[in-house]
Design a protein around this ligand. Structure first.
Ligand code: TTP
Ligand code: MG
Length: 404
């Protein structure tokens, strides 16, 4: 059905939305500059130093995932599932049961992502970048439903030829269905869900696939006998609103394929953050500080890759059962200094040290961008700040609500 051929009674805004997500992105970038890694199990570690077992898995190639390695896993655990190539040379391990481990290199990944972004903007009028390797495109004015499959195939080839990594693409009349479609046949996937097919496409999927349904909500829905998106679509909306409020109504709509959000371009980020949960709450100060430093390094690297300076550093600490505390400190002027992020994070964490901790997060905010206006000198001589450059009103007791 072409965009002009609208059935009577269907929404006036007949959109064609594409969602694109690169496959095992950091690992794909590593393969780009090291072709010997192609077809091999590759693990990219955040906070990983070659030869050690420190850090956590940022991503793993699909060959490494076959060994059970996955994002956010401790690197030491990944090494148990998939030994390092170099460790097994000359040992009894067959060499094909070992993998390559590489540390995160954000500036390089950002440069690859920037190439991909340029290409996406050439091929779609409206692009909403969601993360380093993921975006929504409104391609309503570039194709129609008959040609949508060919359009998406072409987009994928362009990414492979011009950027050198593979991507999965989903095309659908709504953002939420497009996202689910791009994830449906990963890696190198291409799934088109035409208008009128959305409800049937969603119905057999696990309820957790529905936008807005996280693991906790999914668990509660299952206790109500709602296992699939189809069950959710068929559920009595008043039962859902009684139990989940307005959100119940929303996930019910999403499960039925109703999603009237427009693809809107994103402004600049207000902050950059990373967080990570321990498998079990830990009171071990070494593990806590180690994780905090890994997160701080990750955030600083991300900022460096984006040419961003920051002025506020904050941490988030989740203690059992689910108590969330945040602490922040502002510096006298914008900086890009990973060691400083780690140092400040550690100082802010001192009051929690050796408490049982479930989850940690590090954030930088008050960002300035290299291409934007420079910070004024006044910020350096702000009388509201003491000689250490600390803002007495920002004494670490204030809680930041915009943490995600
Ligand atoms: P994802 O798109 O979630 O993962 P991916 O591209 O590696 O794999 P997939 O084929 O399933 O899309 O995230 C993009 C990048 O973000 C990923 O390559 C590494 C980074 N990342 C982390 O650093 N930590 C994480 O926990 C996750 C999920 C991703
Ligand atoms: Mg991806």
């Amino acid at each position: 059905m072409g965009p002009s051929a609208r059935l009577p009674g269907t929404a006036a805004r007949d959109r064609i939305v594409a969602h694109i997500d690169m496959d095992c992105f950091y690992a794909a970038c590593e393969r780009l500059r090291e072709p010997a890694l192609r077809g091999e199990p590759v693990v990219v570690g955040m906070g990983y130093e070659p030869g050690t077992d420190s850090g956590a898995v940022a991503t793993a190639s699909y060959e490494a995932r076959a060994f059970g390695v996955e994002s956010a896993m401790a690197l030491s655990e990944a090494l148990e599932l998939l030994p390092r190539k170099v460790d097994v040379a000359g040992s009894d391990h067959p060499v094909d049961e070992a993998g390559f481990y590489r540390p995160v290199d954000m500036p390089f990944y950002e440069s690859v992502a920037a190439e991909a972004r340029t290409l996406l903007h050439e091929r779609a009028g409206t692009v909403r970048e969601v993360s380093i390797d993921e975006a929504y495109l409104d391609v309503t004015d570039r194709t129609d439903w008959e040609a949508a499959g060919a359009f998406a195939r072409d987009l994928k080839s362009a990414v492979t030829d011009e950027v050198g990594v593979t991507a999965s693409v989903g095309v659908a009349p709504t953002m939420s269905a497009a996202k689910i479609a791009s994830d449906h046949d990963k890696p190198d996937g291409l799934v088109v869900v035409e208008p009128g097919e959305v409800a049937d496409f969603l119905a057999p999927l696990d309820v957790e696939a529905v936008h807005g349904v996280g693991p906790v909500t999914a668990g509660e829905l299952r206790t109500l006998g709602i296992e699939t998106a189809g069950d959710l679509a068929a559920a009595d909306p008043s039962v859902l609103t009684d139990r989940f409020g307005e959100r119940g109504r929303q996930v019910h709509r999403f499960a039925r394929g109703a999603d009237d959000r427009d693809v809107e371009p994103r402004g600049r980020p207000k902050s950059l953050s990373r967080e990570s949960a321990f498998t079990e709450a830990t009171a071990d100060p070494d593990r806590q500080v180690d994780r905090l430093r890994t997160l701080a390094d990750g955030v600083a690297e991300r900022a460096k890759g984006r040419d961003v300076l920051y002025r506020t550093i904050s941490i988030k600490v989740v203690t059992p059962p689910f108590d969330v505390s945040t602490r922040a400190r502002s510096l006298p002027g914008p900086v890009a200094d990973g060691e400083l992020v780690a140092g400040v994070a550690e100082e802010l964490f001192a009051e929690f040290l050796a408490d049982p901790v479930r989850k940690l997060g590090v954030r930088v905010s008050n960002l300035s961008f290299a291409d934007g206006e420079q910070p004024s000198l006044a910020q350096w001589t702000d009388p509201a700040r003491d000689e250490h450059g600390r803002n007495p009103t920002d004494d670490g007791q204030r809680s930041l609500t915009e943490y995600d």
